[in-house]
Structures are given as C-alpha cells and as structure tokens.
Design a binder for this molecule. Structure first.
Ligand code: PGA
Length: 258
C-alpha cells in the first residue's frame, strides 16, 4: 500500500501568541501546498485547537490535538472530550505521548481507554510507544520487550477493527530533544524498531498494513537519513516544528525524496 508520508508537527505548549501560532501554521500550509507526497498534521496546544482564528483557511493542514479523555461527557474536571474535538473539526489526536506518561502519570490502561473512545468517536489516533534510556542501555532485546509490553497493554481494550484505525509512532524517550542532550537515534536502529513494531502488528494482531512513524529530534538536516527506510511512514516532530525554516525544510526533504 503506497501511502503519503505523514508529517506530524507536535507543538507541545508552544508558541506563546496567536500571532506566532498563525505564522507558523501558514509556513506549514504553504510548504504543504507544494507537496504531493506528504500529509501535514499540526498538533497545537489547546488554546489554538478550539480557535477558528487560528486554523483559518489552512487548506493543506490536517487538524490535530495533543490528547483527549476517554469519556465524551460527564463530571471530569479539566478533561477534553473527544466529542468536542470532533465537533470542532479536529481529526487526529496524539495518545500516549511520553510527556503525558511522565508528567501526567498516564498508564497503558488509561491509554487503552483513550484509544478505544477516540477510535469510536471517529478520531484518528496517533499512538506513541517508546523505550526509556534504561531499557535502551540494556540492548535491543530489552528494548523490544519494552515496546511489545506497551503495545499489548495499550491495545488491550480494542477490537481488531479498532486497532486497524491507529497510526503508530516509535519514539524512543531518550532521543526526544527536550531530554536527549543532543543524543539522537541511529536511523538503522530506528528503522529496525519500526519494522519490529510492524512485524508484531502482523503476527500478534493480524494487522498487515500498519503505518508507523518515527519521532525523536527529527529536523530538516536529519530527516533524509530516515527517508531511506521504506518502513518508516513519516515523522513526529517536536522542537523543529517551531522553526519556520525547519518546517519548510522537512516538508521539502520528504518531497524531494519521494
Ligand atoms: P522532538 O520531539 O522532535 O523535539 O524530539 C518529538 C516529540 O516529543 O514528539
């Protein structure tokens, strides 16, 4: 199956003003308009997710949100309903990002609940899976065990039809720019883990056409090193997605490589 590459820009809690956010969105939209081979999804913080002034007419951008809750309505102070996202025209949602697992103590069971509700609300979930520095140091066998456990627990409440709606991301926690101190994953290792995830999905979930992205310090310079690996279906990009030249550079690199 020949899908477009997915470029998922995760802005986290940035930028600080609507003006900056719109400028950044325009850059992504503009670069996206010139690209035939990529799908650009932007995940802004919530103050922009629900703002028409923010999204405007960015025709080439698919709208995303960084999280959602597992209930649609009810007494859940501070949570974001997947139904509200859907009603606001949001189509993609990140679930299980390591920063939610770490700072929000999110568990695989909670992630499973969120995935189930998101899928059944008609949102496209992007499920993040990643090994920590400790597992990584113990080698590839431990790394694979860690990913397999996360995968099984995160999918534990879903039917096989639900699972087929998910796009996956292999994002080693130690390679995320906010904590990596400049350490990045070797593209061969990243591709090996992406392929492993695909194999698991085939063998253990009977899901042959899964899409798996890679995330962790990807930027306009490094992205081409990952593009040689066909199993990598796109990228989840954090820090570089806040820099206009990086945004257009990443989209251009993918276009030139296709
Ligand atoms: P990074 O972030 O590209 O800054 O490493 C990726 C992410 O956390 O999704």
């Amino acid at each position: 199956m020949n899908h477009k590459k997915i470029i998922a820009f995760n802005w986290k809690m940035n930028p600080g003003s609507l003006k900056q956010a719109r400028a950044l969105l325009n850059v992504a939209n503009h670069a996206g308009l010139k690209s035939k081979n990529s799908r650009v999804v932007v995940f802004p913080p919530f103050e922009y997710v629900f703002s028409y002034d923010f999204w405007g007419h960015a025709a080439k951008i698919t709208k995303g949100a960084q999280d959602c809750f597992w209930q649609a309505r009810g007494p859940y102070t501070g949570q974001i309903s997947p139904r509200s996202l859907k009603q606001a025209g949001i189509s993609w949602v990140i679930i299980g990002h390591s920063e939610k697992r770490i700072h929000g103590n999110e568990t695989n069971l909670q992630i499973a609940k969120k995935l189930k509700t998101a899928v059944r609300t008609g949102l496209q979930p992007l499920l993040c899976l990643g090994d920590d520095a400790f597992s990584h140091k113990q080698g590839i066998i431990r790394t694979k065990q860690c990913i397999r456990k996360q995968l099984h627990e995160s999918l534990s409440l879903l039917s096989s039809a639900d699972i087929k709606e998910i796009v996956f991301v292999y994002e080693p926690i130690w390679a995320i720019s906010a904590v990596s101190h400049g350490k990045t994953d070797d593209p061969v290792h990243a591709a090996r883990m992406v392929s492993y995830l695909k194999e698991l999905l085939v063998k253990e979930f009977r899901f042959p056409d899964s899409r798996v992205l890679y995330g962790g310090s990807v930027n306009a310079k490094t992205v081409s090193k990952f593009l040689g690996f066909d199993d990598i279906n796109g990228f989840l990009v954090g820090a570089a997605s806040l820099k206009p030249d990086q945004v257009s550079g990443i989209i251009r690199a993918i276009e030139n490589n296709s």
